[in-house]
Design a protein around this ligand. Structure first.
Ligand code: SF4
Length: 367
């Protein structure tokens, strides 16, 4: 297996000048930097506003005070170290604090801070918890990026989950197809493992994370085809990020390219109010409008995405914007009684998150 060469210090990025490195050091002292030579090769270094650069290279604007480290209140749903159980049917296992590169806008950047203890070190208790909760039919492996675990370690987790009768879907949340496709394409054992897990009464999904169409080059596309050939399903999700994919032309190109590969665009997230993320975040109504404009010109297959906010209380889908109101519906709700509930708020162009809306009108719709 060919592994990527990782860079963990900003002065290892040879394309940056010494002065730039010094300036960015202050940012990386606060929010960790990590990337790899392959991903950095996608950057057009002549363009200071290059979207891939924006994803991977620190920006002094990250030091602007804003937001929280755990903007979606994940701590409230953590039932054991590394195990979150928010929706009855779904459990999240945080397996690693490593990623193929660190997205500057990461909503879980707290995992990359020194001393973070949120990961599963020994999964036995988590597996036991999942076994004892028959309502859990879906397990999402996340982090960090589970595809940075060795294939051997990943296999142990997958086999243990596969043995649990009521777990029908296992998802791997991964940006490795964008960050380092060779990690997958160069590892026949990993591809075989994916096929093995999908070949039975369970289904393996790779929930991948493409932010920009340039990430979806020939190497990434051929790698995704290899994954699909194993019988694994692939979906792609992305936050809407200022300067990366907030232009509907760009996001539409990404959606269309994904659909040509047979990969449904899944969620588009409102960027969470996470510390360091103000520079990447659009006001919610602006982001939703960009999303709606993106769908124009997409085929039905490319427009399967939903625009959602991962709020503490649930996944709130924005479903409409009128002159005076914005309409949300609970796509998933932490409290099952709220599932499907519609909430109408008076518009606030300054709102970045649901909590920024003051006047809330609740509609009790029949369905
Ligand atoms: S891939 Fe996901 S977890 Fe990893 S740095 Fe990016 S946003 Fe964070």
């Amino acid at each position: 297996m060919i592994t990527a060469r990782y860079l963990t210090k900003i002065d290892q990025v040879s394309q940056l000048t010494e002065a730039e490195c010094r300036r960015l050091q202050q940012v990386t002292d606060r929010f960790a930097f990590r990337s790899n030579a392959y991903y950095l090769s996608l950057i057009d270094w002549n363009d200071p506003a290059d979207p891939i650069r924006r994803i991977a290279i620190p920006d002094p604007a990250e030091l602007e005070e804003w937001g929280e480290l755990d903007a979606s209140g994940e701590a409230d749903y953590t039932v054991l170290p590394g195990l979150e159980h928010k929706y009855p049917d779904t459990a999240l296992l945080l397996l690693t604090d490593m990623c193929g590169s660190f997205c500057r806008f990461c909503f879980r950047k707290r995992l990359f801070l020194k001393g973070n203890q949120e990961l599963v070190r020994d999964i036995s208790k988590d597996i036991e918890y999942i076994s004892q909760h028959p309502e859990i039919s879906n397990v999402l492996l996340t982090g960090g990026d589970p595809l940075l675990l060795s294939t051997e370690k990943l296999a142990k987790v997958l086999y243990r989950l596969q043995e649990i009768e009521h777990v029908k879907i296992i998802r791997i949340g991964s940006k490795i197809p964008a960050f380092d496709p060779q990690r997958i394409a160069g590892d026949s054992d990993l591809l075989r493992l994916m096929g093995e897990i999908s070949d039975g009464d369970k289904q393996l999904y790779v929930m991948t994370h493409f932010n920009h169409p340039r990430e979806l080059n020939d190497l990434a596309a051929s790698t995704l085809k290899m994954v699909l050939k194993t019988g694994t399903k692939v979906c792609s999700q992305t936050p809407l990020i200022r300067g990366v994919n907030d232009d509907p032309v760009v996001l539409r190109e990404l959606f269309n390219k994904l659909s040509y590969l047979g990969i449904p665009p899944y969620y588009v997230f409102q960027c969470r109010p996470t510390k360091g993320n103000f520079t990447f975040t659009l006001p919610l109504e602006q982001a939703y409008s960009a999303f709606v404009n993106t769908l124009k010109g997409c085929s039905g297959l490319a427009r399967r995405a939903r625009f959602v906010m991962s709020h503490k209380s649930g996944k709130m889908e924005a479903v409409g914007l009128t002159e005076n109101f914005i309409i949300f519906r609970y796509h998933r709700a932490a409290n099952p009684d709220e599932e499907g509930r519609t909430v109408v708020c008076r518009r606030n162009p300054e709102a970045y998150w649901f909590d920024d809306y003051e006047e809330i009108i609740e509609l009790d719709l029949a369905v």
